[in-house]
Structure formats: structure tokens, C-alpha cells
Design a binder for this molecule. Structure first.
Ligand SMILES: [Zn+2]
Length: 257
């Protein structure tokens, strides 16, 4: 077998007959609140910065967190709804103009039903260096051929035109590293996007720690990475999400309020 032979992966190779469920029916607002709390628990959120937007299938408006609440304190009733131009149409609080990053990406990328942005620490280390993480571990396969570096990012998005320029630049990637800033993660489902967001911080931490050794990492076969990527997306994302939801709800059921 050469290193270019593609190893099959995903549900075509193995599909579980049963997987552990969340165990409770959740509204979309409850699911989103759980996603905020879970990612905050992992250290993904820099206090109250960043957004997760979720544009449900067939809709142009989107669910989002309001300005001023930390990700780790959000509950379902805090979730706002904004229209495609970022005007609040439902909710108790306001949103910031930074949300235009999300509205413009949703507009250009109908595949991206969920957009997550924040400044997790190890992502921010690589963003400060202006480099994408080298993929050298199974989890990194999730981002194979799916990363884009925005080499110059001049800070706050305070007007729609800045967000339109950015959205045009990022193309079809599901992981966009913004130099000197943070990351944008996209996904076709909430589970997929949350799994990518949780994984990218770990991938960047691993890449950074390997860089610190000053040694050349062992190379992975591209063909193997392709199979692993399919397995992670098709088989792991939903199961990951169900576990994250179970643990988050168990930790504080008030997240569903
Ligand atoms: Zn930001």
C-alpha cells in the first residue's frame, strides 16, 4: 500500500447499531444554550466574547447569544433571534455589530447552518504566529483540506461591509483562522460545528506543544487521514454531542430554563 491509497472510513466501514441518547427532548434554544455552556467548559470562550449563530434549515433568521452574557452563564431563555441583517427580532437583550461576521457567512454559505466564533487560547497562539496547525494526530484529520488562514485581520467587525469582505475571502473551509484574533468554525449541523470547535483547540494545543519540542513530528499518511476524517464526521460528531449535552445538563439543569 502506498501512502496515497485512500483508506475507507466513516459509516461505510462500521455503523453502531445503537448509541447513547441525550435522554431528554430539547428545543433549539435549549440545544444552543447547552452548546455555549459546553464550549465554555472546555475553555473555548474568552469570557463574553464571540457568538454562535444557528440558522435552522429553510430559515434566514438565526438564533444567537446576546451581548453581555458569558457563554458559561447562558440559559435557553437568553437566546435571541436576529434576522439576516442582524436586527434583533426576538429576545431580551441586544447583539453587537460583530455578529455581521456570522450573518454574512450564512448569506454566502448556505451549507454553514451553524457558525461559531471565539478566541480560544491555543488557537490564539497559532493565530498570533499566523500559521495553521500542522495535522499530526487522528483528531487533526477532522480539518484535512478544510482550513483557511486569513493572514491579515484588522480587528473588530463593526460594519457589514467588513464582514462581507471577510466572508468572500474564506471560501468553503469549515475552519478559518483569523491572524492575531481567533477562529471561525462552521458546520451543517449543531453537533458537527460543536465537535469541530471543541477539537480545534486541542489540535492547536498539540501542534504548539510539538513545535516547542523543536523536533520534526512523525508524518501521517494522507490516505489514512482521509478515512479518519470521514469516521470523525460521520460517526463521532453526533455521539460527541449527545455526551456533551448529557454532561452539561447534569452539571446544571438550569441551562434549559
Ligand atoms: Zn472575535
Amino acid at each position: 500500500m502506498t501512502t496515497d491509497d485512500v483508506r475507507p472510513g466513516g459509516l461505510a466501514v462500521w455503523a453502531p447499531s445503537k448509541t447513547p441518547p441525550i435522554g431528554v427532548d430539547l428545543t433549539e434554544e435549549q440545544m444552543l444554550a447547552v452548546a455555549f455552556r459546553h464550549l465554555a467548559d472546555l475553555g473555548f470562550a474568552e469570557n463574553m466574547a464571540g457568538h454562535i449563530t444557528w440558522q435552522l434549515d429553510g430559515r434566514t433568521d438565526m438564533l444567537v447569544n446576546p451581548w453581555g452574557l458569558w457563554w458559561k452563564e447562558l440559559t435557553a431563555s437568553d437566546i435571541c433571534v436576529v434576522d439576516e441583517d442582524a436586527r434583533v427580532v426576538r429576545g431580551r437583550w441586544d447583539v453587537t455589530p460583530a455578529i455581521h461576521i456570522h450573518t454574512e457567512l450564512h448569506r454566502l454559505r448556505p451549507d454553514a447552518r451553524v457558525v461559531i466564533h471565539n478566541h480560544p487560547y491555543y488557537v490564539s497562539v497559532l493565530a498570533a504566529l499566523g500559521v495553521l496547525p500542522e495535522l499530526m494526530h487522528q483528531t487533526g484529520a477532522l480539518f484535512l483540506d478544510d482550513m483557511h488562514l486569513v493572514p491579515t485581520y484588522d480587528g473588530e467587525i463593526d460594519a457589514p461591509w467588513r464582514a462581507i469582505e471577510l466572508a468572500k475571502e474564506v471560501g468553503s473551509a469549515n475552519m478559518i483562522l483569523l491572524a492575531n484574533h481567533g477562529v471561525i468554525i462552521t458546520g451543517g449541523t449543531l453537533a458537527e460545528a460543536v465537535y469541530r470547535a471543541a477539537s480545534i483547540e486541542r489540535v492547536c494545543k498539540l501542534a504548539y506543544d510539538v513545535m516547542l519540542t523543536g523536533r520534526t513530528p512523525s508524518a501521517m499518511n494522507r490516505g489514512d487521514l482521509i478515512g479518519m476524517k470521514a469516521s470523525l464526521i460521520e460517526r463521532a460528531a453526533d455521539v460527541y454531542w449527545a455526551g456533551a449535552a448529557r454532561m452539561t445538563i447534569k452539571a446544571d439543569r438550569a441551562v434549559l430554563d
